[in-house]
Design a binder for this molecule. Structure first.
Ligand SMILES: NC(=O)C1=CN([C@@H]2O[C@H](COP(=O)(O)OP(=O)(O)OC[C@H]3O[C@@H](n4cnc5c(N)ncnc54)[C@H](O)[C@@H]3O)[C@@H](O)[C@H]2O)C=CC1
Ligand SMILES: CC(C)CC(=O)C(=O)O
Ligand SMILES: [Mg+2]
Length: 365
């Protein structure tokens, strides 16, 4: 039988994006070469600031079309000072447009990549950081990033000195992201009593559809405090609004020790768990960090968030659990060996971390 072929669109983007994506691409290519049953066909497209430079549009129509036709998308990051607040065209709206166009409402950001060897890299005390197992589920195409807004100076008269944003959600939008969070909460820990931490009011559907779940409510300010004061109290899934989830997930990366470690999956539906048995979900996969202009071009960016995003891509969009697990095991082993970039107090370069993960992975495939 001919191997199953998957089309993966790669969007390296700006700043450290191309540096970290290159390491994840090597890993996907190695997995593809070692697997007789499937073939991963990777193709790169311009996206973000580099696309503004080449064609004046952060999301050129050809890139959007390729993404719409792909089985999955692997992204780096977009943005940078060259296309900063005063620029006429900025990269970040291109990312928001892509997420919206593909209907990627469910952003899953695990901050639970547990390795005790990482405890010394966390700015938190080991007794605070140890045993944390939390996943942020962030609504991605509504809320504050997508609400109606007025820029300062856009209105005249009494409104001229006023700027505003709005945060609006419909009940169906809240219910569908709640279902994703509940599915993840049930798969991450066996019932009973797996917690779902939700910011805001409880929708009735949660109690009736997922009676096994234990639901806690937190206001976002106190949740932010708990993430650094006693994060185990939030073990489970945090379900939250778009902007709040953006903030809380960056903050939760402090627990394992670096923003460069955390992956994400942005899905157009609930993930199929166990993914290997079910219909995969279309998705875009990217580290949670940005283009890190302060370290771009130095070869020291941590590629692990992007490499773990590639593992999520295999699991959720291609239904390939075995190589996904192999990547995660290889990453854990390399972190335990102490091969780390500067953000984790190591001396290794981006490429050296990629080399070592690749070498360990080859032994696991
Ligand atoms: N999804 C995306 O494409 C995102 C894009 N951005 C954009 O990125 C640009 C820079 O934003 P910042 O606020 O500086 O956030 P950032 O996430 O790029 O960087 C914050 C800090 O974390 C460090 N860092 C980030 N990733 C790292 C990695 N892999 N290894 C080691 N250190 C790492 C950076 O050096 C910096 O000190 C902006 O234009 C922003 O709009 C920001 C977040 C997400
Ligand atoms: C363009 C930004 C909203 C991206 C970001 O910070 C994120 O998605 O984490
Ligand atoms: Mg962010």
């Amino acid at each position: 039988m001919a191997p199953k072929s998957f089309r993966i669109v790669v969007l390296p983007g700006d700043g450290i994006g191309p540096e970290v994506v290159a390491q994840a691409v090597r890993i996907l290519e190695t997995i593809s070469a070692a697997s007789p049953d499937f073939d991963l066909k990777l193709e790169s497209h311009d996206f973000g600031g580099c696309a503004i430079d080449s064609v004046g549009d952060p999301l050129p129509p050809s890139t959007l079309k390729a993404c719409e036709e792909a089985d999955a998308i692997l992204m780096g990051s977009v943005g940078g000072p060259k296309w900063g607040v005063d620029a006429k065209v900025r990269p970040e709206p291109g990312l928001l447009k892509l997420r919206k166009a593909l209907g990627l409402y469910a952003n899953i950001r695990p901050a639970n990549f547990a390795s005790e060897s990482l405890l010394d890299a966390s700015p938190l005390k080991p007794e605070v950081a140890n045993g944390v197992d939390l996943i942020v589920v962030r609504e991605l195409i509504g809320g504050l990033y997508f609400g109606a807004r007025q820029e300062l100076g856009a209105a005249s008269g009494a409104e001229a000195q006023t700027a505003w944003d709005t945060m609006i959600y419909s009940v169906p939008e809240v219910e569908r992201i709640t279902r994703v969070a509940a599915t993840i909460a049930l798969s991450a820990n066996p019932p009973p009593g797996n917690p779902l931490h939700r910011q805001g009011q409880r929708p009735g559907m949660l109690a009736s559809e997922f009676p096994q779940l234990k639901l806690d409510h937190h206001l976002v300010d106190s949740a932010a405090m708990l993430i650094v004061q006693n994060p185990r109290k939030l073990n489970g899934v945090i379900l939250t609004e778009n902007l709040f989830g953006d903030i809380l997930s960056d903050q939760s990366s402090v627990i394992p020790g670096s923003l460069g470690l955390l992956p994400s999956a942005s899905l157009a539906g609930a993930p199929s768990i166990p993914a290997a048995d079910a219909k995969p979900t279309r998705g875009l996969y990217e580290p949670i960090h940005g283009s890190a202009p302060d370290i771009a071009g130095k070869g020291i960016a941590n590629p692990i968030g992007t490499i773990l995003s590639a593992a999520m891509l295999l699991r959720y969009s291609l239904g390939l659990e075995k190589p996904a697990k192999a990547i995660e095991n290889a990453v854990r082993k390399v972190l335990d060996e102490g091969v780390r970039t500067a953000d984790l107090r190591g001396k290794a370069t981006t490429v050296e971390v990629g080399d070592r993960i690749l070498a360990v992975l080859k032994g696991l495939l």
